[in-house]
Design a protein around this ligand. Structure first.
Ligand code: ZN
Length: 463
């Protein structure tokens, strides 16, 4: 069999790997490459003929793994897309959101008259392409071997990270010999609110693993609940101010809401009003409820004994834009959870506009903010920021925590490999990380005696 890393080679976004068994071609993930600025030309130039791909296997819904699927179809892919049931539902939601972002960007460019007749104004795909994509989904449960053809068997193994997220494990028979290869997708963490712990992978011959947090370690000590309680107590109880938490609508918000539910329903803090202001978060929460049997034991027990994990008395899901604007007029201490997580667009922009100059406001970052985003500027300590066409001085307190990071750290990534049988595991391929992270992880793996490769983009390996 042959392996080619076509995306997320020495970078984090644009996951796309090709596995070829005889003439059969399997594409693992088809993510949007942010480094290419979501532009139409760069993301639609596939380094292979999309019409020749037989099947796509999708590890999870995040847009850097799924976001270029509609383009693949538009360019001629005609097969099925295999994924877990929650991944199918969450991907639909995320792809539709992607279309809204494209439309918004192209309208903005059009309004400003730049490159009026340039092709780059065109959205990468439209809603109809997303609907075509969704029709191709064939869902497979966790840990249920699925025969793709006479020679290839696929099993999805849960890896935490996001509801439905899976490692794709292939058992391949070629010229009478059996070989196994696993693609981890993104790997989550243990004891993460709502999500199951990553499950150990079966022994394989080849492992293609993510390396986002190679060389980096999450802070140890305080739990999610303890960290949140400390911030809420200071900001909303002692100082009677407001706490704004920018959060991705899908995954991060549901884990945060469950953590807040545990704090308030057990009376650990007085009931501070919580607003979740993101229509997409409400829709995603519906999907989490639908797949209730796939959340972790703690969340299932909570549901059994205390009711809905995503509802509590002092919580309001804000639906309409009118109600969203009313949140700014709420003068009691409160917590506002809103998107986008990196503060680029979304309803959070309004909340920042009205609160960034408030001494009694804290903005708590719980996720990564890429360079060039407003979130990144606030985190590096800019004293004046540009929001909604105005320059505003930053008087609010800016804080950050990694307790809700959805990626495993260096030790977690090492644990996945170290569980493998060293005598059987031939090579570990590192993807989905900056070069420096990959080098750090490769160093530790080689020290432990694992053969490790940091693949270059579009180079084919004969396995
Ligand atoms: Zn992910």
């Amino acid at each position: 069999m042959k392996l080619t890393i076509h995306g997320a080679a020495r970078q984090v976004t644009g996951s796309m790997h090709l596995l070829q068994v005889s003439q059969y071609k399997i594409l693992i993930d088809c993510g949007l490459d942010y480094e290419k600025d979501r532009s139409i030309q760069s993301n639609e130039n596939f380094p292979f003929n999309p019409g020749e791909i037989d099947v796509v296997v999708l590890t999870h819904a995040h847009i850097d793994h799924s976001g270029n699927l509609p383009t693949l179809l538009r360019m001629g892919f005609n097969g099925q897309i295999l994924c877990t049931p929650p991944t199918a539902d969450l991907t639909e939601l995320l792809l539709l959101d992607s279309v809204s972002i494209f439309m918004h960007k192209s309208q903005k460019k059009g309004r400003h008259g730049k490159n009026k007749f340039n092709n780059s104004n065109q959205p990468l795909y439209l809603q109809k392409h997303v609907m075509d994509t969704v029709e191709r989904f064939v869902t497979i449960g966790f840990n249920k071997p699925f025969r793709i053809n006479g020679d290839i068997e696929l099993t999805f193994v849960p890896v935490g990270h996001l509801l439905g997220a899976a490692a794709a494990v292939f058992k391949v028979t070629e010229h009478g010999t059996e070989k196994t290869i696993a693609f981890t997708g993104d790997i989550g963490r243990k004891n993460y609110p709502v999500l199951n712990d990553p499950q150990e992978l079966p022994p394989v011959d080849y492992l293609v693993t993510e390396s986002t947090y190679g060389g980096r370690y999450h802070s140890k000590g305080k739990s999610v609940q303890e960290t949140l309680m400390e911030v809420i107590e200071k900001c909303c109880v002692k100082e009677q101010g407001r706490l704004i938490i920018p959060a991705f609508s899908i995954g991060r918000t549901q884990s945060l809401v469950f953590a807040l539910n545990k704090i308030f329903s057990s009376g650990l803090l007085p009931p501070v009003k919580v607003f979740v202001d993101s229509p997409m978060a409400s829709m995603a929460t519906g999907i989490f409820r639908k797949y209730h049997n796939m959340v972790n034991q703690e969340a299932q027990d909570f549901y059994k004994n205390q009711g809905d994990e995503f509802e509590f008395e002092n919580l309001t899901y804000v639906e309409s834009l009118k109600d969203s604007r009313q949140v700014s007029n709420y003068f009691e201490p409160c917590i506002i959870v809103s998107s986008a997580g990196m503060l680029e667009g979304g309803r959070i922009q309004d909340h920042l506009f009205y609160n960034i100059q408030n001494y009694y406001c804290t903005i708590l970052f719980i996720g990564y903010c890429a360079k060039g985003t407003l979130g990144h500027r606030l985190l590096r300590g800019d004293s004046i920021v540009h929001i909604k066409d105005r320059d505003l001085a930053v008087y609010a307190t800016i804080q950050q925590t990694d307790v809700l990071s959805a990626h495993g750290d260096h030790d977690d990534l090492m644990a996945i490999v170290k569980h493998q049988d060293k005598a059987k595991l031939n090579t570990v391929f590192l993807v989905h990380g900056e070069t420096v992270s990959m080098q750090a992880l490769a160093g530790s793996l080689e020290f432990e005696g694992y053969r490790t490769v940091i693949p270059e983009k579009d180079i084919t390996y004969e396995l």
